[in-house]
Design a protein around this ligand. Structure first.
Ligand SMILES: *[C@@H]1O[C@H](CO)[C@@H](O)[C@H](O)[C@H]1NC(C)=O
Ligand SMILES: *[C@@H]1O[C@H](CO)[C@@H](O)[C@H](O)[C@H]1NC(C)=O
Length: 181
């Protein structure tokens, strides 16, 4: 069983040089941090259903896509998530302000790392853009009510988990490629 570091080393040596190893190396830690903070910055996650259906299909399609598109998908999702919380009425949510601040910093840190790997000019599928526009509208319609913030928080947590699975599939694919060489 090779160690994690050597696996990462192999992985990084096969990946397109544009894909900086730093991002993959830090991803597990950064995403774990983001997930922990989003869970603990408020009370239990709401059981309410979001009026905007979760874009599972887009995740499925992205899992099969080229790595560049996958990275653009991940970065765009994180940017949109970060953007949702830059809102005048965030304080209505009554979350722990320090944890919320740290959560946003952890997301921005992930975006920053990804910006080293993929051109900032690349745009994702328009369906993903539409999804996040609709999600932002749920906040807009209520002026940022506490309930709509809880929905956003729950959806965010779900995205972080799905993004983690997507990254796991990128890793698996890269390792398979290595073995075939
Ligand atoms: C983050 O990492 C810690 C320590 O490895 C682990 O106990 C915890 O379950 C992880 N949290 C998430 C959300 O993956
Ligand atoms: C914030 O809340 C106030 C009062 O409910 C509302 O008038 C305003 O439009 C909200 N701001 C945003 C950006 O939704």
């Amino acid at each position: 069983m090779p160690s994690c570091t050597s696996l990462l080393f192999i992985l990084c040596s096969v990946l397109n040089s544009a894909l900086c190893c730093d991002w993959l190396r830090n991803y597990g830690h950064l995403n774990n941090n983001s997930q922990t903070l989003i869970k603990h910055m408020g009370g239990p996650l709401t059981e309410e259903e979001s009026p905007v259906p979760f874009p599972y299909r887009l995740y499925e399609l992205t899992e099969k896509a080229e790595m560049q598109s996958q990275l653009v998908f991940i970065r765009y999702s994180l940017e949109m998530i970060s953007g949702l919380y830059r809102h005048d009425n965030l304080s209505i949510a009554t979350w722990d302000t320090i944890k919320t601040e740290h959560f946003l910093m952890s997301i921005d840190r992930q975006i920053e790392e990804l910006n080293h790997c993929v051109s900032t000019k690349m745009q994702p599928d328009s369906r993903l853009r539409r999804y996040y526009r609709r999600l932002a509208m749920t906040l807009h319609h209520t002026g940022g009510s506490a309930a709509s913030w809880e929905l956003i928080r729950k959806e965010t947590e779900h995205h972080l988990i799905q993004l983690e699975m997507l990254v796991a599939s990128i890793r698996r694919r890269s390792i398979t490629t290595t073995r075939q060489h």
